[in-house]
Write a protein that binds this ligand. Structure first.
Ligand code: GDD
Ligand code: MN
Length: 369
C-alpha cells in the first residue's frame, strides 16, 4: 500500500474569534512552538469581527496553509462557531480553544497523547482539577463560575469538575456523531456536548492555570447567563417542550406583572379613568413583551431598526387574535360548566400557544429565512 501523498492532519484546533485581532498572531506563534511534532491545522471561525480579525488570519494563512478562517456573515454565537469549525475538518482529533491566550496551549500535546493512548473519549483542560486554577479572577466571577458549574451538574455527570471549560479535545468521529443532538446555544459547548453524548463517555481532566486575557476584552455578558439557563432547560425538558416556548411564556408572565403594576399606578395612585388606565397598561405591556422577547426569546433572530417596528406591529396583531381565541375558549368551557379557574387557564394556554406560533413565524420569521 502506498502512503497517501497528502494525508489530513492528526489534529485540528478550532478557535472561535470575535474581535481578537491583537491575539491571533501570538496564539499561532505559540501553537507552532508547542505542536512542532504534530501534524495539525488551525481553523478560526470568525463572526465577521468589525476589527478585521478575519483579514489578519488570512494574512497568516498566506504564509502557512495549515491556517484558515471560516468567516460567518450575519451570525453570532460561540458554540455554533465551534460546531461549524469542527465539522469542516477531516483531522482525526479536534481541539477547541479560545483565541485570547487564556487557555494554556502547552498542555495540548498531553491531551492528544491521552486520546491516542485511548485513555479517554474527551480530554478537558480543567481549572478545577488538582493543579489547575482560575488565575486572577475576582471573587464575583469566581463565585458565578462555581454557581454555573453546580447548575451544569443537572445535565452533566458531577464527576466532571469543569464542564464549563472552553478548552477540550476529542476524536472528530465522536464529535460528528454527537453534533446533531447539540443545542449549540450560547457559550457552553462542552456542557452541551457532555449532556448530549451521555454518561458512558470517558472524561479525563488535565489541569492548567487560566491566564489573563492577552489583549482585548471578554465577550461574556449577562445574556450568556440566560443562554446557559436555556441550554440546561433544553437538555432537561427540550424533548417535550421547546425552550423558546418556555421563554415566551415566561416573558408573558412578566408582561402580566407589568400590566397590573401600571394599571394599579394609573388607576389607584394617579386616579385616571379605569378604561384609559387599562388601555395604557395594555400598550405598555405589549411593547414591553415584544422588546423582552426580542432580547431573550429570539436572541438569534433579533430585530433591529425598521424591522423592529414591523415586528412590533405584527406581534400586536398576532396577540390581538390570540386574545380573542383566549376569551372564546375560556367562555366556551365556562359555558360547559368547567370550573372558572380551569376555563381561564385553558384560554390562556390556547392564546399563548397561538401568540407564540404566529409571532415566531411572522414577527421574527423563525423557520422562514
Ligand atoms: N465566532 C465567535 N462568535 N467567537 C466568539 C463569539 C461569537 O459570538 N463570542 C466570543 N467568541 C470567542 C472569543 O473571541 C474568544 O476567542 C472565545 O470565544 C471566548 O470568548 P471570551 O470573551 O474570551 O470568553 P471568556 O474568557 O469570558 O469565557 C471563556 O472562558 C470560560 C471559562 O473557561 C469561554 O471559553 C467560556 O466558554 C468558558 O466558560
Ligand atoms: Mn476569554
Amino acid at each position: 500500500m502506498s502512503a497517501k501523498p497528502f494525508p489530513s492532519p492528526d489534529l485540528a484546533i478550532v478557535i472561535p474569534t470575535y474581535k481578537e485581532r491583537e491575539n491571533v498572531t501570538e496564539l499561532v506563534k505559540r501553537l507552532r512552538e508547542v505542536l512542532a511534532d504534530v501534524p495539525y491545522e488551525i481553523i478560526f471561525v470568525d463572526d465577521d469581527s468589525p476589527d478585521g480579525t478575519a483579514n489578519i488570519i488570512r494574512d497568516l494563512s498566506r504564509e502557512d496553509g495549515r491556517i484558515r478562517v471560516l468567516q460567518r456573515i450575519g451570525r453570532r454565537g460561540l458554540s455554533s462557531a465551534c460546531v461549524e469549525g469542527a465539522l469542516c475538518t477531516s483531522a482525526s482529533f479536534v481541539a477547541i480553544m479560545d483565541a485570547d491566550l487564556q487557555h494554556d496551549e502547552s498542555i495540548l500535546p498531553m491531551m492528544l497523547a491521552a486520546l491516542l493512548r485511548g485513555e479517554a473519549d474527551v480530554v478537558i483542560g480543567s481549572r478545577y482539577v488538582g493543579g489547575g486554577g482560575i488565575g486572577e479572577w475576582d471573587r464575583d466571577r469566581a463565585a458565578l463560575s462555581r454557581l454555573a458549574t453546580a447548575i451544569s451538574h443537572l445535565i452533566v455527570p458531577n464527576t466532571v469538575t469543569d464542564p464549563m471549560s472552553g478548552f477540550f479535545m476529542m476524536s472528530r468521529s465522536l464529535f460528528e456523531q454527537t453534533s446533531r443532538g447539540l443545542s449549540s446555544m450560547g457559550f457552553k459547548l462542552l456542557a452541551d456536548f457532555l449532556a448530549t453524548a451521555g454518561r458512558q463517555i470517558r472524561v479525563l481532566e488535565v489541569p492548567y492555570q487560566f491566564r489573563n486575557r492577552y489583549s482585548g476584552e471578554s465577550k461574556l455578558d449577562s445574556l450568556v447567563a440566560w443562554e446557559f439557563l436555556l441550554l440546561v432547560a433544553d437538555k432537561l425538558v427540550g424533548r417535550w417542550i421547546p425552550v423558546r416556548f418556555l421563554s415566551f411564556a415566561l416573558v408573558g408572565g412578566i408582561g402580566v406583572a407589568i400590566h397590573l403594576t401600571i394599571l394599579a399606578l394609573l388607576f389607584h395612585v394617579a386616579e385616571i379613568k379605569f378604561q384609559i388606565a387599562q388601555i395604557a397598561a395594555t400598550l405598555v405591556a405589549m411593547v414591553g413583551n415584544f422588546a423582552l422577547n426580542n432580547i431573550l426569546t429570539y436572541r438569534d433572530a433579533r430585530l433591529k431598526g425598521v424591522s423592529w417596528f414591523w415586528g412590533l406591529l405584527t406581534f400586536v396583531m398576532a396577540c390581538s387574535v390570540g386574545a380573542f381565541a383566549n376569551v372564546g375558549v375560556a367562555g366556551f368551557l365556562y359555558g360547559q360548566n368547567t370550573d372558572w379557574i380551569l376555563a381561564a387557564l385553558a384560554g390562556i394556554a390556547v392564546g399563548t400557544v397561538w401568540n407564540f406560533t404566529v409571532s415566531s413565524f411572522y414577527a421574527w420569521r423563525v423557520g422562514r429565512k
